[in-house]
Design a protein around this ligand. Sequence first.
Ligand code: KIV
Ligand code: ZN
Length: 388
Amino acid sequence: MENYKKIQIFDTTLRDGEQSPGASIAPERKIVIARQLAKLGIDVIEPGFAVSSAGEFAAVQQISRELQQVEIAGFARAVKGDIDAAVQATADAARRRLHLFISSSDIHLSHQLRKSREEVIRIARDMVAYGKQFVDEIEFSAMDSTRSGRDFVIQLVEAVIEEGATIINLPDTLGYAMPNEIIELFQAVRKEARGGDKVRYSAHCHNDLGMAVANSLAAIQGGATQIEVTVNGIGERAGNCSLEELVMAIETRRDYLKAETNVQIDQIYETSRIVSRTMNFPIAYNKPIVGRNAFQHESGIHQDGLLKNRNTYEIMDPEAMGISRSMIVLGKHSGSHAIKHRLADFGIEPTEEQFKAIYTRFKEVADGQKIVTDNELIRIAGDMTRTQ
Ligand code: KIV
Ligand code: ZN
């Protein structure tokens, strides 16, 4: 058996995900999601931004205390007050890290931070050294790194590695990069930054151009061993890399990617539902993996193929992810084979004559509406067999 690369899944649903417009969660409810993330087999949970409010601090503390099986990330800007809050809130975690960030792009430096590159390097150095007094594991994020000068990212990374950073995260903060650029960025930093071969690498991709999952997979090709995700892909603007899409891409194409995760895939659907419900954030019907239509096949040709062999039109087994809904939706495109099959599921075995009448009535009903539910089909079968 070949040795596949283990990809650590870092979940930031409760920090970056909560920055989603419309997604809200009371700090005391965060534990509900965190417990499910632990059950799902997530390696690292980022439970919130401790310095931002008393409620956030308490939520990070409660999750750190209760979920001793998971590593907890304390999130902080490169500012002493943030670091103090993150260190204190995560103090009781069995395993923890400090996650520090500062921007590296000239756009952010000149318009937002109003600092020179030299000043940013000095702050990053000082704050990593400050955090290192309290915590061994330090993840450093060079925010907006995909829109930053490559040389500067490398200088910044060298500086924080020298001060003790152990994980380097290169975020695509605006979802701007293309997969090849991500591969090149990770390869260059790993190879060219002094000490770059002694640390681990992480990717944190946003989805503004719909590339977050593709870019995260590219980062793995470039050498990242940790990917930052959110459940249902929630997050700022168009969201973050979706946990379920990334994990199922790795699971489905593991032999191609030569990678695997610790995620318990039978918990994927339940996790998605809990997050959607608890954070009041609906899931699009056509969302891969967890959307209502993700495993629904309406066309007669597809239904016919599926009934003969599921591999004809399915690349994943929905039941393995805890999705037990019927695999076929009946509608105006459905063929007689699928309808007969569904009737048989309910023990209804009409004669040929009766079936003709059921089929004709089914098509009339289906023409006026998109989907014919099981109850409607049973009713049609009842009506038609009574009159035959
Ligand atoms: O999108 C981003 O750059 C972030 C970092 C702060 C990790 O969320
Ligand atoms: Zn982000």
